[in-house]
Design a protein around this ligand. Sequence first.
Ligand SMILES: Cc1cc2nc3c(=O)[nH]c(=O)nc-3n(C[C@H](O)[C@H](O)[C@H](O)COP(=O)(O)OP(=O)(O)OC[C@H]3O[C@@H](n4cnc5c(N)ncnc54)[C@H](O)[C@@H]3O)c2cc1C
Length: 430
Amino acid sequence: MSETSSAGTDVTSFDVAIVGAGMVGASLACGLIDAGFKVALIESGELNLSHSFLPGQVDARVSALSLASENLLKNLAVWPIIENMVRLQTYSAMNVWDACGTGKLNFTAAEQHLPYLGHIVENCTITSALHRTLQHKKYQLFERSQIVDMTAQNTVPRQLTFASGEKVSATLVVGADGPNSKIRQLAGLPTREWDYPHHALVTRVKVTKPHQNTAWQRFTEDGVLAFLPLKTAAEEGPGHHYCSIVWSRPTAQAQLMQKLQESEFCIALTRAFEGQLGTVVATDQRHVIPLRQRHAKHYVQAGLVLVGDAAHTIHPLAGQGVNLGFLDVAALVQTLQQTRQQGGDISSVGVLEKYQTQRRGDNLRMMTLMESLSRLFGNQHPMLSLLRNTGMNWVQKISPIKQHLAQQAMGVGVHLPPLSQAPQSVKNTL
Ligand SMILES: Cc1cc2nc3c(=O)[nH]c(=O)nc-3n(C[C@H](O)[C@H](O)[C@H](O)COP(=O)(O)OP(=O)(O)OC[C@H]3O[C@@H](n4cnc5c(N)ncnc54)[C@H](O)[C@@H]3O)c2cc1C
């Protein structure tokens, strides 16, 4: 069972101290505790232990989980808890089109010989399932604990200081503390980063037509509008259809849309989505999130490693951020587990660079693809518009390229670490 810390002057030592208990940090904690490491999990907020959500209580933030992410959560025994919360929505098709032309792309599970392409899940459902799984594990939890200092580079074990003055030391410190990572800053790890001139407007909406278990994306020269299918609560019954929307817009327009009366917003959204799902009739609270792409130039130092958004923050265009983070988790667990089995040192730069090599190229490729798409669709030059429309229709007709793109998005068809593979193959590998 998890132990909660009490302030004291003794410095407690751990194999691994994970800073941040979001989706990435919490799943890493599950994986490393299962692998027998002595783990501390440090979170500035509180763990989310909700068993169920009230009808109508929704998280505006959702994730489109790939098959590889589903595998990870199954291997960590977290998936059944998510399933029990009855908030999972499968999607079995993806429709993408260019508003400024005739370009269209359509992916279906049937053409991949799969029952579905992935799932849409609210982020709070994922964190709740992870945090509840952690409740039954043996590790040390530091909640409402903000890290304010860390011993300098190349001192192993590292010592972390909390705002309360309490200290812990660990052979390996993991920065899983999100895009504005304090651990990355304290380690002095540089990043390459830039703002997009866009903000994402995020909310849940009610539409008059069924979403057809399809993820929809409409590209325009001033942003992308995604409608992701959501599960309708059982108590609402048939005839109620909900989607989560992510609408990236130039900053001023996103802020304007946030302030519109609900009826005006619904009209604007119905028009922007070309009425594909009938009329938008209601919306929850609208959130506006700045979009920034950020990539740490190095993920590792002696005794320190970055995972998830602390290492890479990606444009939500393809819904891949947490999927990449979960692949980081699976790769890091594999590296640390193998190192310990071979009697190696988990704080060594040489060991941690194996993890970096495994993940950095993949993350960079996905970020470059998102950047290129964002620039391609953000350009109003008629020649580029013609090219991208022709390109989309061309990809639609050439099945090997389409197959490759679909497999990348689903997180299959690439070399996966054991925890990201289907549960049966993990049993055979470990
Ligand atoms: C609009 C939008 C839509 C998206 N849609 C998708 C999608 O469909 N699919 C997908 O894969 N990804 C999506 N993403 C990306 C995804 O949400 C992120 O990649 C994911 O949330 C990152 O998880 P994380 O655990 O790395 O970081 P975070 O969720 O940021 O968690 C970090 C944790 O660290 C804690 N913390 C921070 N600082 C400290 C500190 N100093 N001390 C202790 N604790 C600390 C925080 O409280 C938090 O709990 C989307 C992102 C956006 C903006």
